[in-house]
Design a protein around this ligand. Sequence first.
Ligand SMILES: Cc1cc2nc3c(=O)[nH]c(=O)nc-3n(C[C@H](O)[C@H](O)[C@H](O)COP(=O)(O)OP(=O)(O)OC[C@H]3O[C@@H](n4cnc5c(N)ncnc54)[C@H](O)[C@@H]3O)c2cc1C
Length: 392
Amino acid sequence: MDFRDTPAEAAFRTEVRAFIRENLPADDPAGDDGPPGRFRGLAGWRKKLVEQRWVAPAWPPEYGGGGMPVMQQFILNEEMAEAQAPSVGGLGVSMAGPTIITHGTEDQKQEHLPRILSGEGFWCQGFSEPGAGSDLAALQSRAVRDGDDYVINGQKIWTSMAQYANWMFMLARTDPDAPKHRGISYFLVNMKSPGITVRPIYNLAGRHDFNEVFFDNVRVPARNRVGEENRGWYVGTTTLDFERSSISTAVGHRHRLDTLVRYIQDHPGDGATTLAWNPAVRHEIADRYIEAAAQRLMSYRIITMQARGLIPNYESSMTKLFSSELEQRIARTGMRALGLIGQVISSRDRRAPLKARIAKTYLYSLAITIGGGTSEVQRNVIAQRGLGLPRD
Ligand SMILES: Cc1cc2nc3c(=O)[nH]c(=O)nc-3n(C[C@H](O)[C@H](O)[C@H](O)COP(=O)(O)OP(=O)(O)OC[C@H]3O[C@@H](n4cnc5c(N)ncnc54)[C@H](O)[C@@H]3O)c2cc1C
């Protein structure tokens, strides 16, 4: 087992660190819990990343991407996470772009790819519906062809950032009589189209992060369909050669623990941290450190597989499951360590330890074992594909 970089990887890591040192504005990273755009130097930072072709490291160079092999992407992501640099890609880079690159027409590429990189195109994902989440193929939104357009009716839910997005990539049913995976098409929808209504849903922390989106006779030009009609399910599962180690999350876990431990060390007499001297809480923090280290090793396993040309399968589910549940455990441990005052939720309240970051993480973290595939679904994948256990 040798975790050291090769000379070429070490040189690239040095280049990334130098770039961050020279270009990352000295500001409070939005990372933890801030709304998008809170990071004051974000526009300038994005510009530098665009020039460097590091906004979309996995995209081919002809579309403005970095064309990087997965190991370089891993190093880039690891160093950015260590520096707590804000990410600027969003769903445009990770989902809409790869789909357009792989299945889109030349016009769709010209129209959207440069705008995704520059940040002019801000995308949301219209997949989930009230009756279709884990079983996404059950979706019922309808798209009916009418001349040069499709007319879309239906409802999406949990649509993150739809209130800011100017474009949505979405799935709608074009053949209600076909088997459920084979009657779906993939569309690019301008969020300013008449007939779209975005209604906020407030989360547990009282913040407006996701929405319901209603479609009432929304006309979408047929040229905005990506791929063939009724093949949208397969178009929607497109991915590029992205590194999937979740190294940024693993680094983030360790940062949170470091911050908590530093706070406790710096406030020995503080009522807020008295509980930290309770052996049970001390032991909990130690356990979280071990788990965060284990999480990092899981990331190394995934990237090692990818670097050898293998496609992680149930291994990705293991990482998602462990990482999201670990985030919840870290938040719980933090709340115990800080005691009652740790429950102050306003970051502007000067009594709030660590600007209420732990209290906020505690509230937000409940959702992360649901979004991106629930823990139960991940356990199904591990049991069936990883262990070969029967389905029911
Ligand atoms: C923070 C957050 C952001 C999100 N952002 C978006 C977004 O931008 N766009 C979008 O389209 N969607 C988004 N979602 C929706 C997300 O994809 C769904 O919540 C998720 O797929 C689960 O679907 P559901 O909520 O309908 O729950 P359901 O699928 O109805 O699940 C309900 C419960 O049943 C369990 N369950 C379901 N099927 C099985 C099974 N086969 N075996 C065992 N247990 C099962 C689940 O684990 C869960 O506990 C977001 C969700 C969250 C939490």
